[in-house]
Ligand binder design. Structure first.
Ligand SMILES: NC(=O)c1ccc[n+]([C@@H]2O[C@H](COP(=O)([O-])OP(=O)(O)OC[C@H]3O[C@@H](n4cnc5c(N)ncnc54)[C@H](O)[C@@H]3O)[C@@H](O)[C@H]2O)c1
Ligand SMILES: [Zn+2]
Length: 364
């Protein structure tokens, strides 16, 4: 069954097999537009033909532009190359750009769309769990620089997000786990019963135990609903949207000190446990919350402790460079209980000293 939501003018449609209806959906929404699909080379090889075929033989053939897969290609250089290819391809203001792929493609193609001829319409077709439940929703686009991730970018909302959970079937297990960390986060910040549901369905989600369409659909749908509810209430990170950063302040610090040797979802899992521990130590959260999160993450095959060789002190130091640092204290989005965040009275930002952070990280 198809589910449809809206966020800032974007229609978000979730349905198995949705990829095959991409062409008709685009033509219905943006009639007469020139179509440029951007995909990384891996996704283009897997799904490019299907995406192109959905436009049928009659329509003007869409352009399929590709770049090498991987975070290290989410750069100004790729942005420049793709933009040049649009110019060479004669793409005018009546062009719609479609991101077909994971979060790297969505961020990069979205930034191309945000800047090409000062902005052209943009459609997201996420193909990883992380992109479906997180990066394709909310309008953030951008590229990395040597100085850090996502330092250059723009808000540019897609007009359509077409989510096809059946595309997850070809996704490698470690990519699935990475996205699952964000879904677990959604449960912690907004929905205790969703958290419990994920815990009870880990085998089906990760191993595809019983071919279970309903599980995939519910996983993706409920996470998207939660992200939409949060973003809708607060588009520019002034308040509630901060709760989506749960696990990310310490998680980003871990990514940084390991030079991104720990995958994002893994770092977030450790970050969620550490930040929940912090909330317990500050007596904001009920006792046992960090253990409950650790149990589910570990069962999902996600790490819940600092990797060997990483000291708690260097992680604390790395939190200083976080965008959320204010006056020597670091701001955290901390949970009160499963499904409920603390700090509503301070716009969901809780200021914490480095000694307190250190103490929590030591006790993950
Ligand atoms: N804009 C946002 O709000 C936001 C939020 C979270 C993360 N992000 C960004 O998302 C990026 C990470 O996204 P990601 O984890 O999707 O990485 P990714 O886009 O690199 O995809 C991971 C890998 O999976 C492959 N792949 C994609 N779909 C597949 C499929 N269906 N079957 C088989 N293989 C497939 C890709 O080729 C790639 O090698 C980061 O750059 C991060 O900064 C953005
Ligand atoms: Zn994340």
């Amino acid at each position: 069954m198809a589910v449809s939501l809206t966020l800032h003018g974007a229609t978000i449609e979730i349905a198995r097999g949705a990829l095959d209806s991409l062409g008709p959906r685009v033509v219905a929404q943006l009639p007469g537009h020139r179509v440029a699909i951007i995909a990384d080379q891996q996704v283009a090889a897997l799904l490019g033909e299907r995406a192109l075929a959905s436009f049928g033989a009659d329509a003007r053939a869409p352009l399929l532009l590709t770049f090498p897969a991987g975070e290290r290609h989410k750069t100004r250089q790729s942005w420049g190359t793709l933009s040049d290819q649009l110019i060479t391809g004669g793409c005018g203001r009546d062009t719609v750009i479609i991101a077909l792929g994971g979060g790297v493609t969505g961020d990069l193609a979205g930034f191309v769309a945000a800047t090409y001829l000062r902005g052209v319409p943009f459609i997201q077709v996420p193909t990883t769990l992380l992109a479906m439940v997180d990066s394709s929703i909310g309008g953030k686009t951008g590229v990395d620089t040597h100085a850090g991730k996502n330092l250059i970018g723009a808000f540019h909302h897609p007009t359509l997000v077409l989510v096809d959970p059946s595309l997850l079937t070809s996704l490698p297990p470690h990519e699935l786990r990475s996205g699952l960390a964000e879904s677990i986060k959604h449960g912690v910040i907004a929905d205790a019963s969703y958290f419990a549901w994920i815990a009870s369905r880990l085998r089906q989600i990760l191993l595809g135990d019983a071919p279970d369409d309903e599980t995939q659909l519910h996983l993706v749908r409920r996470s998207i609903e939660i992200k939409v509810e949060v973003v809708q209430q607060d588009e520019r990170e002034s308040g509630l949207r901060k709760v989506l950063n749960f696990g990310h302040t310490i998680g980003h610090a871990i990514e940084q000190v390991t030079a991104y040797g720990v995958a994002h979802g893994e770092a977030i899992a450790i970050g969620m446990v550490a930040e929940a521990r912090l909330a317990e130590q500050l007596q904001l959260a009920e006792h046992g919350l960090a253990d409950a999160i650790a149990t589910v993450c570990a069962a999902a095959g996600l790490p819940v402790r600092l990797p060997a060789g990483v000291s708690p002190a260097e992680v604390v130091t790395a939190t200083r460079t976080d965008k959320k640092t204010r006056a020597g204290q670091v701001e955290f989005a901390l949970p009160r209980a499963l499904g409920e965040m603390a700090g509503g009275e301070t716009q969901y930002g809780v200021r914490v000293t480095e000694a307190e952070i250190l103490n929590a990280i030591k006790h993950v």
